[in-house]
Design a protein around this ligand. Structure first.
Ligand code: NAI
Length: 483
């Protein structure tokens, strides 16, 4: 079984050598193809941080095991980590957080065991990076949540929860505020949940989820979230089990998956052979399990847990009364503990089942097809305009351009209605949106929208516009606060 390995920058080569050394000692049946990715590849002039040969190898073998990589600052280049996740559509970020003996936390001291998996959507949301300055004072970001994208990650979470025998699967969201975006994610979660009646599923608003996670993390098992909320909640969970050094990360796609440490390149300790390889090792163990190499994964994980329990530690954690070991000694310790069982939470033996990554080329895009066939119509338009005038002045001008077909219904500033009614206490910035709608949800043509654009542009600088859509009798836009 071949996998691609990119050692990474900073402490990357040290911790990768330590982990591959452990895999070799455990006779993991894998061939490693080393590929060129990271800062020095950027420096050689490859703007995406990887050589074409690296890209080809990864696409052929389907699995990338990577160390941390540095993104050069201020050169206008994008993070190679994010590029890799997006290019290969690794839509599910799976991060496991568990109590590790020898890694003291408030929960381990209180005897509360943690065994959590956060599945974070990895492609969409604000990470599309679609942002525009509407005026010099106002920036606007777009947030994509799609039905097929949500379904992919939610289905992965349910399948994983089922295989793991999870006690509970929870959707974290903010659908009470973001009714269309988070609302869609939650709707898809509830639809997919119907296919898994054997799993206990529920949903929790993300702020409440954070509060519950820091007080009773043991009540949760698998949690699935949108990208940004998942990013934040997963680091919160890393804190619950002792920090990023103990948090593995798997980026799962249908054809290519990436396993990596979540911490950075630690330039302050690079080259000193003192870095902690645990996060990369745990990510490597997720990789072995993903590939069906259960026997080796269990043996190495039990040896790691035994090693931690016996107090062996690198300088970044553990009992300060016991001298720290270096990276190589830590790895050697794990190897010498092969076959030993930890006293707490030993992993059960499971036989291997090999999964060979398929040699795959995407010839069509299945997510382009939608089964939904509701009748669509445009019933209005929001014009985003730049203006430093008071709402009534703006309304007076807009009313001159409104037509019988498209009537002015509301003006808002930062999402809060300021016309026809509002409060003098609402603070204003120099960008409004003015909503024009047809009476009785009548159909509006794109030509009518363009005519109104031309007319309004005589009086205003228009920054952007957004059509007001309806599918069947469902409004596909939010109301202004106070409308
Ligand atoms: P960092 O995670 O590299 O370091 C933060 C602190 O944690 C440092 O004191 C470091 O010594 C310590 N640390 C991190 N990993 C450790 C380990 N395995 N063992 C012992 N101590 C460890 O974060 P920082 O300094 O913000 O970022 C440094 C570089 O890493 C940046 O260029 C950044 O772009 C990159 N980075 C890469 C990531 C990736 O490849 N996935 C993720 C995060 C940052």
């Amino acid at each position: 079984m071949k996998i691609a390995v990119a050692k990474g920058d900073g402490i990357g080569p040290e911790i990768m050598d330590a982990v591959i050394g452990i895999f070799n000692a455990a006779k993991v049946p894998m061939d490693y193809v080393y590929v060129d990715m990271g800062k020095w590849v950027f420096d050689k002039g490859f703007s995406n941080g990887m050589t074409p040969e690296a890209k080809q190898t990864i696409e052929e073998v389907g699995i990338l095991f990577k160390g941390p990589m540095e993104t050069p600052k201020g050169k206008g280049v994008k993070s190679v980590n994010v590029t890799a996740r997006k290019t290969w559509n690794t839509y599910a970020n799976d991060r496991k957080f568990q109590t590790l003996s020898g890694v003291d936390t408030v929960f381990s001291k209180a005897g509360i065991p943690i065994d959590l998996t956060i599945v974070r959507e990895n492609i969409e949301d604000t990470y599309g990076g679609i942002e525009h300055m509407l005026t010099q004072d106002v920036a606007l970001g777009r947030r994509f949540i799609t039905r097929p994208g949500s379904e992919q990650v939610i289905r992965y979470a349910f399948e994983m929860a089922k295989k793991k025998g999870a006690r509970r699967i929870t959707c974290g969201h903010k659908a009470n505020i973001m009714k269309l975006t988070d609302g869609l994610f939650l709707e898809v979660f509830k639809e997919v949940a119907k296919e898994y009646p054997e799993l206990k599923s529920d949903d929790v608003i993300v702020d409440d989820l954070c509060m519950k996670l820091v007080s009773r993390p043991d009540l949760f098992d698998v949690i699935v979230l949108t990208n940004l909320q998942g990013d934040i909640v997963s680091d919160l969970c890393a804190g619950l089990v002792g920090g990023l050094g103990f948090a593995p990360s798997a980026n799962i796609g249908d054809h290519i998956s990436i396993f990596e440490a979540v911490h950075g390149t630690a330039p302050d300790i690079a080259g000193k052979n003192i870095a902690n390889p645990t996060s990369l090792l745990l990510s490597g163990l997720s990789m072995l399990r993903h590939l069906g190499l259960m026997e080796q994964a269990v043996m190495i994980e039990n040896a790691l847990l035994y090693t931690l329990e016996s107090g062996v530690h690198t300088g970044d954690f553990g009992d300060k009364n016991i001298p720290a070991v270096n990276t190589t000694q830590f790895a050697q310790s794990i190897i010498s503990n092969f076959g030993k069982q930890p006293a707490h939470h030993p992993k059960p033996f499971l036989p291997n089942f090999y999964v060979t990554p398929t040699n795959f080329k995407l010839e069509h895009n299945p997510m382009l097809q939608s089964d939904l066939r509701e009748v669509h119509k445009i019933v209005g338009v929001d014009f985003f305009i730049e203006s430093a005038e008071q709402p009534q002045k703006i309304a007076d001008k807009c009313l001159l351009h409104a037509t019988d077909k498209l009537k002015l219904v509301t003006i808002t500033n930062r999402g809060t209605q300021v016309w026809p009614s509002g409060s003098v206490f609402t603070n204003l910035v120099n960008q409004y949106y003015c909503r024009f709608e047809a009476d009785n949800e009548n159909v509006v043509s794109q030509d009518q929208v363009i005519d109104l654009y031309r007319s309004l542009a005589k009086d205003f600088q228009i920054c952007s516009l957004e059509l007001l859509n309806m599918w069947a009798d469902k409004k596909a836009y939010s109301l202004a606060q106070g409308q």
